[in-house]
Ligand binder design. Structure first.
Ligand SMILES: [Zn+2]
Length: 423
């Protein structure tokens, strides 16, 4: 086995690395956590959609991860995540990945067979009545109606997850990969009681999931902070954690099952709530961040001045010119104010410091511009098209970029979530 035992550990961080050049710098952040006394397992995640846009193969993620682990003598486990895959897309991830995020959001609400629904409700009669989750004051009542409604909405999705799980199992072998089920890319948050019922269905389907990614309430826009009621989020998150503990005990799901937070990156304002819940329930979390490492590459290029700064400006000019087509696929998860976008002419006159301050996600800095940041966040296609021109400058300015990548991941994500430090 590549990693010895296939266990994710209590604390883990999913990192994106669009151009497969920052694995070492990302791993360095986990080494800093280890030096601070905490093992945080790195998972390199990349979705099929992202591979399609970049024109990359899953094997490149594996190669970059393996090389980083070797170079930095990382001895704890590490994984490569086939992020948001389905039966149609999982094939090319089989040999390179050992973590699979089975996305069933599209199947939510698809009608299940009424025989399946009836069988589920019958089998799970023991859930009816009052449920008291450990560590939660209020009690919950589950009725036949709750079981039926939830099965109607989610059973087809869980069955679909079972199909994908078994396809991976046939290819990889039982226990030789970590399965996650994701339901985050959907409109409505699942309630904790729905989560509990979904977990019962997952157990019935025989999927030994290690992480589950529900949709939480509030907005999780790409690369910017959380938008929503943080206190409400914390209440919900605590209930979800308690529901998972209950499900492990009652439904026989894996003991190390934990929540996966698909953050879309940089949900700084909920990090203290996540940390507080982890303490309260003595529970772990998998924190999945999206592709903001690419923005740290741009910051590093801008800081490097000369050709590198010019390229960073050129990328912005291109992104600005193509902003409608770049933003369209992400319309639901970005919130750009066009009047806040500087013109490419303005940016052309910027210093290294002006560019990096506008882009770097330090909300207290008045020069920070979240519209500028979000446009560049979805603009990675521009850099992908530049090919070697972009990659060569990444390599030429590796030290400055790596410093930004490590500092961002450690100081702004790992330390606040896992160590409870102020970001
Ligand atoms: Zn997701």
């Amino acid at each position: 086995m590549r990693n010895g035992v296939f266990a994710l550990g209590k604390y883990s961080v999913g990192v994106g690395d669009r151009f497969a050049h920052q694995a070492k710098a990302q791993l360095q952040a986990c080494i800093q956590a280890r030096d601070a006394g905490l093992t945080v397992i790195p998972v390199w995640n990349k979705s099929n959609r992202e591979h399609a846009i970049i024109g990359s193969e899953p094997s490149s993620v594996r190669q970059a991860a393996d090389a980083a682990v070797k170079a930095l003598h990382w001895t704890a486990p590490y994984f490569c995540d086939a992020d948001h895959i389905t039966l149609e897309t999982v094939g090319r991830f089989m040999s390179s990945c050992d973590f699979f995020t089975i996305d069933v959001a599209d199947a939510i609400g698809r009608p299940a067979l009424s025989a399946d629904i009836d069988a589920f409700v019958k089998r799970r009669r023991d859930m009816l009545g009052i449920i008291q989750l450990a560590g939660i004051d209020e009690a919950f009542a589950i009725t036949v109606e709750d079981l039926t409604q939830t099965a109607r909405k989610f059973l087809a999705a869980v069955k679909q997850a079972g199909e994908v799980y078994r396809a991976i199992e046939a290819a990889k072998g039982t226990g030789r990969f970590l399965p996650e089920i994701s339901m985050d890319e959907t409109d409505n948050a699942q309630s904790p009681i729905e989560l509990l019922i979904i977990l019962a269905a997952i157990a019935d389907e025989g999927i030994p999931i290690r992480t589950i990614a529900p949709k939480f309430s509030g907005r999780f826009n790409k690369g910017v902070d959380y938008c929503g009621d943080v206190a409400q989020f914390e209440r919900e998150f605590a209930l979800d954690m308690a529901a998972i503990a209950y499900a492990i005990e009652r439904f026989g799901l894996p003991k190390d099952l934990k929540l996966s937070v698909h953050s879309g990156s940089d949900k700084f304002s909920i990090y203290p709530a996540i940390h507080a819940c982890m303490k309260r329930f003595d529970s772990g979390v998998h924190l999945k961040t999206a592709g903001t490492t690419w923005l740290e590459e741009l910051i590093g290029l801008a800081e490097s001045s000369g050709d590198a700064l010019s390229l960073a400006k050129e990328i912005y000019a291109e992104a600005y010119a193509h902003r409608d087509e770049l933003c369209a696929p992400y319309a639901a998860v970005i919130d750009i104010d066009p009047t806040k976008l500087p013109s490419p002419e303005q940016v052309r006159g910027w210093s290294s410091d002006q560019y990096s301050s506008a882009l770097r996600h330090v909300q207290s800095n008045p020069a920070h511009n979240s519209s500028f940041r979000q446009l560049l966040h979805v603009g990675f296609k521009i850099a992908a098209k530049m090919g070697d021109r972009y990659l060569n400058l990444l390599e030429a300015n590796e030290a400055v970029i790596a410093r930004n990548v490590t500092e961002n991941l450690y100081e702004r994500h790992i330390a606040p979530v896992f160590l409870g430090r102020k970001g």
